[in-house]
Design a binder for this molecule. Structure first.
Ligand SMILES: Cc1ncc(COP(=O)(O)O)c(C=O)c1O
Length: 424
């Protein structure tokens, strides 16, 4: 597929941006398309193509691109200032809204992005328990920082430039295996926290098996270990109160980002008062940021959460229904063409794996055929549908996706899968 404008922009970008991009998932061979604008469920490209978008800012745009209520809130704020670095009432209002929506959020600290939220949640957990080690799960991604880079999700390799001393304090266990977790915890009394994506969205989409999250909760509670739900993807998406509400489980701490700002850079750490109070300046866990609580992003987040709260009985069932229509359509097409597949889906998220094995952790997700997936990506793009280019990402449906979008998407999958089958 020749995307001439994107190609020449990429040639220019490569000269000044390492690999031509500002985040690795954005690059794929031979070059990615460049975006110009987004509205609702679609994105317009530098090559004048309009794609129905299922990447949606990797899950950030729950309401859709350029959602007017959020835009209006930001526009009206920036006329009154974009940064004060002293407290504002709006920050208090946002924290109150989060606390009302999220069952575990006795206290909240507003930060700028997912990586800041998880770094500081882990720091808090270590300080609170006075224990050094942390447990994360193979294939879960918690941001590009030292504590959690071993076995990151999203198909990345282990990063150089991180001290072995740091690596050695992070234990990586298989997802969906609570027996292994209990066994490791029984043998090691220096574990301060377990961090988990309650629904894993960075090894494709992997759902927690029945009782898995309950078991993690039981094991961590019995062993005085802080449980962190990384809800950067699931927060405000799976339900207003995120996975905590959806599964009825209260972690000690949780991190939020993406959907809470509908495309604006804002995040939060939330959790038990006795842990949150360890944050500086009252406590001894240092966390700080010039842009935390900046008025533009706070106003975007307040507007987003208000829309979600006011229309929750319409929004969550509607996006789940749209997602189900798409998943059912893809299943029908795959049965037709007799290709091995697994589709995992929950709420407004889905992913298709080209494998015949149940996908329940990083190892089984990794079995999904990358060549077939890449062909599918290209074929869908030709038909005006944009999904994340990696098989180890997740497709996201927004409130702006219409029935026509889902019909077009199903048709595009059908035609694309037909092409794939013919190419085998
Ligand atoms: C579950 C999860 N946690 C944390 C992060 C890091 O968030 P950010 O990219 O905003 O730093 C991501 C990013 O994709 C994520 O999916």
């Amino acid at each position: 597929m020749m995307l001439d404008n994107s190609k020449s922009l990429f040639d220019r970008a490569k000269k000044i941006l390492p690999s031509g991009v500002n985040s690795p998932v954005r690059y794929y061979y031979p070059y990615p398309f460049f975006a110009v604008s987004g509205k609702g469920s679609t994105m317009l490209t530098a090559d004048h193509d309009r794609y129905v978008d299922y990447c949606m800012g990797y899950g950030s745009l729950l309401l859709g691109h350029s959602y007017s209520t959020v835009n209006e809130a930001v526009k009206s704020q920036i006329d009154h200032g974009s940064l004060f670095c002293v407290p504002t009432e709006a920050e208090v209002q946002l924290a109150e809204l989060i606390s009302k929506a999220v069952p575990c959020a006795e206290m909240v600290r507003i930060v700028n992005n997912g990586v800041e939220a998880t770094t500081n949640a882990i720091r808090l957990a270590r300080a609170f328990t006075k224990k050094k080690k942390i447990i994360k799960f193979d294939g879960c991604y918690h941001g590009a920082h030292e504590y959690v880079l071993p076995n990151l999700g999203s198909n990345g390799d282990i990063s150089e430039g991180i001290l072995n001393e740091v690596y050695s304090q992070t234990l990586v266990l298989p997802y969906n295996d609570s027996e292994k977790l209990e066994q490791v915890i029984k043998q090691d009394d220096d574990i301060g926290c377990v961090i988990v994506e309650p629904v894993a969205a960075n090894m494709g989409l992997v759902l927690p098996e029945k009782q898995y999250l309950n078991e993690i909760r039981r094991i961590t509670r019995q062993n005085d270990i802080v449980l962190i739900f990384d809800e950067v993807v699931t927060g405000f998406r799976l339900a207003l109160g995120g996975a905590g509400e959806f599964f009825g489980i209260k972690p000690d701490l949780a991190t939020y980002a993406k959907a809470m700002g509908n495309g604006f850079s804002i995040a939060a750490i939330a959790g038990k008062k006795e842990i949150m109070e360890q944050l500086s300046p009252s406590g001894k866990v240092y966390q700080a940021s010039t842009y935390a609580g900046n008025p533009a992003c706070v106003s975007a987040s307040i507007a987003t959460i208000k829309v979600l709260n006011d229309a929750k009985n319409d929004i969550y069932p509607r996006i789940a229904k749209t997602c189900d229509r798409i998943v059912c359509g893809i299943r029908d097409a795959l049965r037709n063409f007799k290709l091995d597949y697994v589709i995992n889906n929950i709420g407004s998220m889905y992913q298709l794996f080209f494998t015949d094995k149940n996908v329940k952790n990083a190892v089984t997700a990794g079995k999904s055929d990358p060549v077939l997936f890449r062909k599918l990506y290209d074929e869908l793009l030709k038909r005006g549908v944009f999904i994340p280019p990696s098989r180890l990402e997740t497709c996201f449906v927004s409130y702006s996706h219409s029935e026509e979008d889902s019909d077009k998407t199903v048709e595009s999958y059908f035609e694309s899968l037909r092409k794939l089958k013919e190419s085998l």
